[in-house]
Design a protein around this ligand. Structure first.
Ligand SMILES: NC(=O)c1ccc[n+]([C@@H]2O[C@H](COP(=O)([O-])OP(=O)(O)OC[C@H]3O[C@@H](n4cnc5c(N)ncnc54)[C@H](OP(=O)(O)O)[C@@H]3O)[C@@H](O)[C@H]2O)c1
Length: 280
């Protein structure tokens, strides 16, 4: 019998839970690429306590996925978990800690039992400033703040994700259109994009996928922490210069991550979600 060329109508989850080996590759599971296929899967959200990561948690719960939120601030973690339906039934789990610490991610995997997808939205703009004003220590901190979480996620994904599982990273459009004073944070974000492609090639034989979303301006607490940007009016004014006339919403940003998680044929890609800003 030939392999079906179309996806099944009913959402299914990958049946292979054990970590596969590259030496005995099995076919990539074929299932519907719609986000509804994420029903019954489990996603670890590193940075899931705010902004895009939290919005991803809401969307994943909406489609029936279980989530494990990981964040450093215990208060923010509790508040985020309380916003998601399903905490009482064990469909929303929490791990407090730094996503750059592999033990924290291992705890998240252990707590969940089975994990199909990892989304990393941890990271900010540490180390911004003109290069001449940066110290060697400041540069190291800027690189570490994003790359440690990325590599910790990469290592746990490589060790523990099942066939059909996915890892999704975050980047930003300034990687393609740099602004002055951003050498350190953008170098780290660019490295994450390279890691995405290199790891995708490495994990493809064992049918695990790696992608990234390159975000434009998204209205999240991260943006609102910028000087003068802590009001709706300021966000609206800044968005007015945008091709589509506004910032993106966290839900719009998170839905790009769900697309990458759900589509079994997406790997090694950096998907831009910027409302056309890069073209303007
Ligand atoms: N918003 C935008 O316009 C935009 C544009 C381009 C790129 N991005 C990128 O998209 C990602 C998400 O941005 P966002 O706007 O959603 O940011 P956000 O609202 O600040 O949320 C980031 C989350 O990550 C957590 N976090 C940070 N460092 C962590 C670590 N080491 N370990 C575990 N959790 C950590 C934070 O909680 P704790 O501090 O409590 O840990 C917070 O919950 C970031 O990587 C950002 O650089 C955003």
């Amino acid at each position: 019998m030939s392999t079906p060329s179309t996806a099944p109508a009913t959402p299914t989850v990958p049946s292979t839970r054990s970590a596969p080996t590259a030496s005995s590759p099995s076919p990539m599971p074929v299932r519907t690429p719609l986000p509804s296929a994420l029903a019954g899967t489990t996603a670890v959200l590193v940075g899931g306590t705010s902004g895009i990561g939290l919005a991803a948690g809401v969307l994943l719960r909406t489609v029936g996925a279980r989530v494990v939120l990981v964040g450093r601030d215990p208060g923010r973690l509790r508040a985020a978990a309380a916003r998601l339906p399903g905490r009482a039934s064990g469909d929303v789990l929490e791990v407090a800690g730094d996503g750059g610490d592999e033990r924290v991610l291992a705890e998240a995997f252990d707590l969940a039992g089975e994990v199909d997808h990892v989304l990393v939205t941890a990271g900010g703009i540490a180390g911004a400033g003109p290069l001449a004003a940066l110290t060697a220590e400041g540069i190291r901190t800027a690189l570490d703040s994003r790359l440690q979480a990325a590599f910790a996620a990469a290592r746990i994904a490589a060790a523990r994700l099942p066939a059909g599982g996915s890892l999704t990273f975050s980047s930003g459009i300034l990687v393609a259109r740099p602004a002055p004073g951003m050498t350190a944070p953008l170098s780290a974000a660019g490295a994450v994009e390279t890691l995405t492609k290199a790891l995708a090639v490495e994990l493809a034989p064992s049918r695990r996928r790696v992608n990234a979303v390159r975000f434009g301006r998204i209205d999240t607490p991260l943006w609102r922490s910028h000087p003068g940007m802590d009001s709706d009016a300021a966000i609206a004014a800044a968005g007015a210069t945008h091709p589509l006339g506004r910032f993106g919403t966290p839900e719009e940003a998170a839905s790009a991550a769900l697309f990458l998680m759900a589509n079994p044929y997406m790997t090694g890609q950096v998907l831009t979600l910027d409302g056309g800003e890069t073209l303007a």
